[in-house]
Design a binder for this molecule. Structure first.
Ligand code: F6R
Length: 366
């Protein structure tokens, strides 16, 4: 049942190329330059006329929502708020019939997310679900939706659900960008082609596994870890930290790289591994400066970089490479080494990787 892998989590990490292909099959027609998604096509005006989109979710699904915020605002030019479902539901949020609410949930059973949906519906919003489990409560409670088609996710730590959620949300954002006239034909085509190439680029990223094990061995006994990223990769830093916490029980925090100097930099010493996502994009130079600040305080730097990177390699203690892609698609690649790293650290510490203590796969109580 684990397909020859030692744990479901490892199997599911390796399933991501195929899972993402399943997510975009029949929806992404790169050669024709078309994105086809019934749940969006049938409700296109709700999205294009919306005052704003509010995304509600918990945990890893909330991180996928944060990635979506960048892509929706950047490409489709629609204002987006991302809310913890548990906060949204008790906050008397300003939601009207001109709002679209997107609920993201792997299990489709998360109690807080379900309650947030009911509240949004009472306020007249159009509610769209992004779920993995077919026929789940959230899938049934929403007005329309798009399944991620990732297949069953058994490991408690979410992996392929996260990257397929981002894939669905990227398809939606691209579709809306096109319909709203925010993207030229050539730019749109280029994005579709690059998205289609993501599965094979993940296959390549997975090949760094042996090197990642070496890094894992070196930092597995650290008591704390920091994860830093900017822009599209800030949510990936949060997700990297969450993966480490939940399966290895090592305290970790994710931060926007520039926020370091507003507090967390005080934590840096020679014991502190700092995982910095420093891929090739307009923020690269800024991230390099952040790395220099960490280095001058003797922090250990592990850079997640674009293939062929030179500058971070000079500064960092280790670098892990991912293939090059468009900035908006980088989270789909930078997430991979961070998943593997958490996995290997947890295995080396002899943790129960697939069923970490105190955690359940679906959180049906608030
Ligand atoms: C983390 C994890 C949790 C879930 C969260 C939401 O690896 O699995 O943080 O992401 O409980 O669950 P769903 O997506 O089922 O609503």
């Amino acid at each position: 049942e684990k397909g020859g892998y030692e744990h479901f989590m490892l199997k599911e990490i390796h399933e991501q190329p195929e899972a993402i292909r399943d997510t975009y099959r029949g929806r992404l027609l790169a050669n024709e330059g078309i994105i086809r998604m019934a749940g969006i096509d049938d409700n296109i005006e709700k999205f294009t006329q919306a005052d704003k989109i509010t995304i509600v979710a918990c945990g890893t699904s909330w991180h996928a929502g944060l990635v979506a915020e960048y892509i929706f605002e950047d490409l489709a030019r629609i204002p987006v708020e991302v809310e913890y479902a548990s906060e949204f539901r008790y906050r008397n949020p300003v939601i009207t019939n001109k709002d679209v609410v997107i609920a993201i949930s792997q299990s489709g059973e998360t109690a807080d997310t379900l309650a947030a949906i009911k509240l949004a519906k009472q306020n007249g919003a159009f509610v769209f679900g992004v779920c993995n489990v077919v026929g789940s409560s959230i899938a049934r409670e929403t007005h329309a939706g798009a399944y991620t088609h990732a297949g069953p996710e058994i490991g408690v730590a979410s992996t392929k659900a996260f990257t397929t959620q981002i894939t669905v949300l990227t398809l939606i954002a691209l579709k809306l960008a096109k319909v709203k006239g925010n993207m030229s034909n050539s730019d749109f085509h280029h994005h579709l082609q690059e998205l289609e190439l993501i599965p094979e680029k993940i296959e390549k990223a997975l090949k760094a596994d042996a090197h990642i094990q070496i890094v894992a061995k070196q930092y597995k006994d650290a008591k704390n870890s920091l994860y830093l990223g900017r822009g599209y990769n800030f949510p990936v830093a949060l997700e990297g930290a969450l993966k480490l916490k939940e399966i290895s029980y090592i305290h970790a925090e994710g931060y926007p790289a520039a926020e370091m100097k507003h507090g967390p930099i005080a934590l840096i010493d020679e014991q502190m591994p700092v995982y910095v996502i420093a891929v090739n994009n307009p923020h690269y130079g800024k991230v390099v400066s952040n790395i220099e600040e960490i280095k001058s305080r003797s922090g250990k730097i592990i850079g997640i970089v674009t293939e062929g990177d030179e500058e971070v390699k000079e500064l960092a203690d280790h670098v892990i490479e991912v293939p090059n892609t468009l900035e908006s698609l980088t989270p789909l690649l930078t997430t991979i080494p961070l998943q593997l790293l958490s996995y290997h650290i947890a295995v080396m510490l002899d943790r129960n990787v697939d069923q970490p203590r105190n955690l359940a796969k679906s959180v049906t109580v608030e």
